[in-house]
Design a protein around this ligand. Structure first.
Ligand code: APR
Length: 403
């Protein structure tokens, strides 16, 4: 770039640069803004895309509390739906767990993530927040010093550069934040679960008044309401299966087979409006920072969708980081920021452990050969314990909604 181009962009600065306008980035931005901290969100996609991208939708009670205490819960309070029952269907029959009556007695709030993101975006902009859409972060540099910079590619293809005191990478597992970590600066703990799910979004009312987990010799099938008109389904498929491999008829037939619709009632069908194959893997970075660069949400660690914890962890981490940044920048107290990684990792590993247990419950293990029979025995025993033991049910409920 010529000096004049840099001159044009060097006015781009903020105390905190937030990469990504997902749940992590927007909760962080809103909390910082309310505390008077100068921040800017750099988002590679356009506003329309960000507000319509269907992702998760099960909010944990703690997530609702975080949003409420930061004045961000108006939409979910008026349009969210309480959800508190799981139904397990196996060859040995079906059973239901009303987890609102178990553990801490708390439900999920079902509220589509794109609606939450739209609410968060509206709050941020209404409060005068700065966001640059169609501005892709390319790299974060000088993070080991007190003035990191972010090079960007703007919507018109022009390069740009931003400077900050801190950079919060809320740009997911493939974002610039992770990419910019110097080799060896963090450790990555990774696990490939050896299982793939075809994730589907159907314009059809939920077929159950519960989160459905169906275990079948042909594979797992899952059912999660997203609203009264939209339902999320999952179908276990062979790793590497293209998302478009199956026609809608075959998908509905297979879902019906695995969810034992013949025994327990037909599924309410409708157009499948979104599909993607997700390969179940998990990872955790330690520590969740490198100098002035902090990792939040999926950028910090990836969870399989088995226990719907990703967005909930992202919100929790965002508030922890926001409060720590306020302590540092507004009160001159660096201590909370120094403890950010340690504090979040406790919650991350707890969520990872439960998500891993869920995968064992739904799929046994990735073992092959005769040990897969052993894994299958473990899986059946886990299901029986969950069906028969009150203590196990209380443990499940506390971890299922907890973050
Ligand atoms: N520059 C700018 N923005 C980027 C870049 C980049 N290089 N790369 C990604 N982004 C944006 C994406 O367009 C997206 O809007 O970062 C945002 C990341 O949002 P999410 O993927 O939702 O990540 P996060 O906020 O951490 O939330 C994670 O929410 O989507 C659910 O359950 C899912 O676990 C996941 C959780």
């Amino acid at each position: 770039m010529t000096e004049s181009q840099y001159a044009r962009v060097d006015q781009n600065s903020a105390d905190v640069i937030i990469l990504g306008a997902g749940p992590a980035g927007l909760v962080l931005g809103n909390v910082l803004l309310r505390a008077g901290i100068d921040c800017v969100v750099l988002e590679r996609a356009g506003r329309e895309y960000v507000q319509n991208r269907a992702r998760a939708g099960f909010l944990a009670p703690n997530t609702v509390r975080v949003l409420e205490r930061n004045g961000l819960a108006e939409g979910l309070r008026s349009r969210g739906l309480e959800h508190g029952v799981c139904e397990f269907r196996t060859g040995d029959g079906r059973f239901r767990l009303d987890y609102r009556q178990l553990g801490r007695g708390e439900p999920h709030t079902v509220y589509p993530q794109h609606e939450l993101v739209t609410d968060l975006l509206g709050s941020f902009l209404d409060a005068g927040g700065r966001i640059r859409f169609e501005t892709e972060a390319v790299a974060v540099s000088e993070a080991d010093g007190p003035a990191p910079s972010v090079t960007v590619r703007e919507g018109d293809g022009h390069p740009g550069r931003w400077r900050a005191r801190y950079v919060a990478a809320c740009d997911g597992r493939h974002g610039a934040g992770r990419r910019s970590l110097p080799p060896g600066s963090v450790r990555r703990h990774h696990l490939d679960h050896g299982v793939s799910w075809l994730g589907l979004l159907a314009e059809a009312p939920p077929s159950l008044d519960a989160v459905g987990y169906a275990l079948h010799p042909r594979g797992f099938a899952g059912h999660m309401a997203r609203s009264t008109e939209i339902t999320r389904y999952y179908l276990q498929c062979e790793p590497g299966t293209p998302a478009g491999a199956w026609g809608e008829e075959r998908i509905w037939d297979e879902l019906g087979l695995r969810m034992r619709a013949a025994e327990y009632g037909p599924l309410l069908r409708g157009p499948i409006v979104q599909r993607a194959v997700v390969h179940l893997e998990s990872d955790v970075l330690e520590p969740l920072r490198h100098g002035s660069l902090f990792l939040v949400g999926d950028a910090a660690g990836l969870l399989s969708p088995s226990a719907a914890k990703g967005a909930n962890l992202a919100v929790l981490e965002a508030e922890i980081l926001a409060r720590a940044l306020v302590s540092d920048l507004a009160q001159g107290d660096p201590e909370p920021l120094a403890r950010y990684s340690e504090r979040c990792l406790v919650h991350i590993w707890r969520a990872q452990e439960f998500s891993h247990w869920m995968i064992g419950l739904l799929h046994g293990g990735p073992a092959a050969g005769e040990s897969s029979c052993f894994q299958e025995g473990l899986r059946r025993s886990r299901i029986a314990a969950l069906r028969d033991s009150r203590a196990q049910q209380n443990w499940f409920a506390e971890n299922y909604v907890g973050v």
